[in-house]
Design a protein around this ligand. Structure first.
Ligand code: HEC
Ligand code: HEC
Length: 319
């Protein structure tokens, strides 16, 4: 009997020692690295693709990469990232050749956006957008715009601040979050005459689901609708003062979701951040004025088709 305990004790000690070793290993090795596949891609740049790219980048990338003092995409500290992820800076993605991405090839940008792997093989952390399902034409539009001389992305030599990912972020990236495979088939644009399909495409590719599901840590970017608490809200991004702004439930549940919201109310909230009889929506929910009424309405109609989740999220308004 006593001997049995001793063996269990030794076993436990060994397990603890191994866990400790694993932890030191992960901590000193930073984020994991992967092989970079060479792909042959050159953006097809034309005035339409640049304009479309500007629209997508302003809605999707600017929320994280915008330097508010400079008014361009030279990067900033990501104040809305929960502190459990560490201290996170987005980077300079202007055309500067030293500090920005001016010397990245189109293929390197494409590969990062699709897989999450940077050109040096480093995995880009969980808070950088990954676009495994975005249509080829939209990705082409993003890259076309990044190459343009628009004031948002014109070369600006502001040095990057290195992120300090937490131990948790490193564990997540070593164990749970893996790069996505480079798509092997063409991804077509959604059929814009099918509002539900268009709404689903926007709700996934504009990252609405990642803030509005249960937790950043458990989101599933490959199969967004399998993310725990899909659109049920309760995720905890932070505002500029580091206070939690809970995300509301956007499932069609009548009591706790958007079941009673009208389409007009939804469109006003999404495009302009306005709520009738209540304070405007607070950061990090930024308005999406670039969405058309048709697109915002498509998201609404799509959300009406997903499974309702009963999850009451109490709104807190800070002044
Ligand atoms: C939710 C926040 C977020 C969104 C949305 C986002 N990014 Fe990022 N991005 C980051 C962060 C944070 C980093 C830095 C990661 C690191 O520390 O390595 C980054 C890194 C990058 C890099 C690598 C830069 C370098 O020099 O290594 C590129 C390129 C990039 N982002 C482009 C984009 C584009 C294009 C979009 C829109 C399609 C986008 N990002 C959307 C947060 C974001
Ligand atoms: C960075 C995280 C984030 C992203 C991305 C995001 N939201 Fe939000 N959203 C929030 C937060 C936080 C609130 C609550 C703000 C408040 O209470 O003032 C909110 C509020 C809302 C509301 C108001 C709901 C209500 O009951 O009043 C709607 C509608 C909404 N978001 C839709 C969207 C859509 C559609 C998208 C994508 C196009 C989106 N959100 C992307 C964080 C986000």
């Amino acid at each position: 009997m006593k001997k049995g305990f001793k063996i269990i004790g030794i076993g436990l000690l060994i397990i603890i020692a191994l866990l400790g070793l694993g932890a030191t290993y992960i901590n000193s090795n930073d984020l994991p690295s992967y092989e970079v596949q060479t792909i042959d891609f050159q953006a097809d740049i034309n005035p339409e693709s640049v304009a479309r790219g500007k629209k997508i980048v302003s809605m999707l990338c600017a929320s994280c990469h915008m330097n508010r003092e400079k008014g361009n995409l030279t990067g900033t500290q990501m104040l809305d990232a929960p502190s459990e992820f560490g201290v996170i800076y987005s980077q300079n993605i202007t055309n500067d050749k030293t500090h920005g991405i001016g010397d990245w090839t189109d293929s390197e940008i494409l590969y990062l956006l699709r897989t999450g792997i940077k050109r040096d093989g480093k995995y880009s952390p969980p808070y950088m957008a990954k676009l495994p399902h975005m249509a080829d034409d939209d990705i082409n539009a993003i890259i076309s715009f990044l190459r343009s001389d628009d004031p948002l992305v014109a070369a600006d030599p502001i040095p990057d601040q290195p992120s300090q990912p937490s131990f948790l972020t490193k564990i997540l990236c070593q164990v749970v979050m893996k790069p996505f495979p480079m798509p092997t088939e063409k991804i077509a644009m959604p059929d814009t005459t099918n509002v539900i399909e268009l709404g689903e495409y926007l709700a996934h590719n504009l990252d609405c689901f990642s803030c509005h599901s249960a937790d950043f840590k458990t989101n599933d970017f490959l199969n967004p609708e399998k993310s725990p608490g899909y659109f049920g809200g309760g995720n905890k991004p932070l505002n500029f003062e580091g206070k939690i702004v809970l995300t509301p439930n956007l499932t069609p549940d009548r009591e706790t979701g958007i079941g009673k919201m009208t389409e007009e109310q939804f469109i006003r909230a999404v495009r302009y951040g306005l709520k009738s009889g209540e304070a405007s929506l607070q950061y990090p929910m930024l308005p999406y004025p670039a969405l058309t009424d048709l697109e915002a309405s498509a998201i609404f109609k799509y959300l009406k088709t997903i499974p309702p989740i009963k999850n009451k999220v109490e709104r807190v308004v800070y002044d």
